[in-house]
Design a protein around this ligand. Structure first.
Ligand code: ADP
Length: 157
């Protein structure tokens, strides 16, 4: 039997309930999902790599088929390294679609790797990490937008 392994790449700065929704709905589609936390030296993050990974690890600690890793460089190179044949992405709106379409087609052309898209749930479609960061920066309440593990870890730090 072939092992269906997908990576779910992103910045996850921080992970939100929108990301959680996509991962939870993808669990039955794949034998293993590696949540791949991108680290780009030129990009400034609100939460550092260790924090972003810890938030995700705590969120999914009860799920044996979900792993968390960090990567830099091309997503398709990371797929090859971990022997994943699929890239999982979420779609929220037409802007996401236009952006993702070009990347997915390029990735398939270069590597044969398929991108699997799940449409956001109506209840989480408005959530984005950038809005969460803005609210957090201004001491607003993000508890309805992020998993409980993020709130617990933030309040202990
Ligand atoms: P990136 O910087 O690569 O866009 P993100 O961490 O913002 O990384 O997002 C990772 C993936 O999660 C993307 O496919 C994005 O479309 C998806 N995503 C983010 N928020 C939501 C949401 N609210 N509903 C569904 N998918 C989402």
């Amino acid at each position: 039997m072939t092992n269906r392994r997908a990576i779910f790449p992103g910045s996850f700065d921080p992970i939100t309930l929108g990301h959680v929704d996509i991962v939870e709905r993808a669990i039955d589609l794949f034998d293993e999902i590696i949540i791949a936390v991108g680290t780009n030296a030129d990009k400034r993050y609100r939460f550092d790599e260790n924090q972003r990974m810890l938030f995700i690890r705590e969120t999914f600690k009860a799920y044996p088929s979900i792993k968390v890793m960090s990567y830099n460089g091309l997503t398709i190179d990371f797929c090859k390294k971990v022997e994943a044949d699929y890239i999982l992405r979420g779609l929220r709106n037409p802007a996401d679609f236009e952006f993702e379409k070009a990347i997915a087609q390029t990735n398939r052309k270069l590597s044969g790797i398929e991108t699997v898209f799940l449409l956001t749930s109506a209840s989480t479609s408005y959530i984005s990490s950038s809005i969460v960061r803005d609210i957090y920066l201004h001491q607003g309440d993000i508890s309805s937008l992020v998993p409980k593990a993020v709130m617990d870890l933030i309040s202990n730090s």
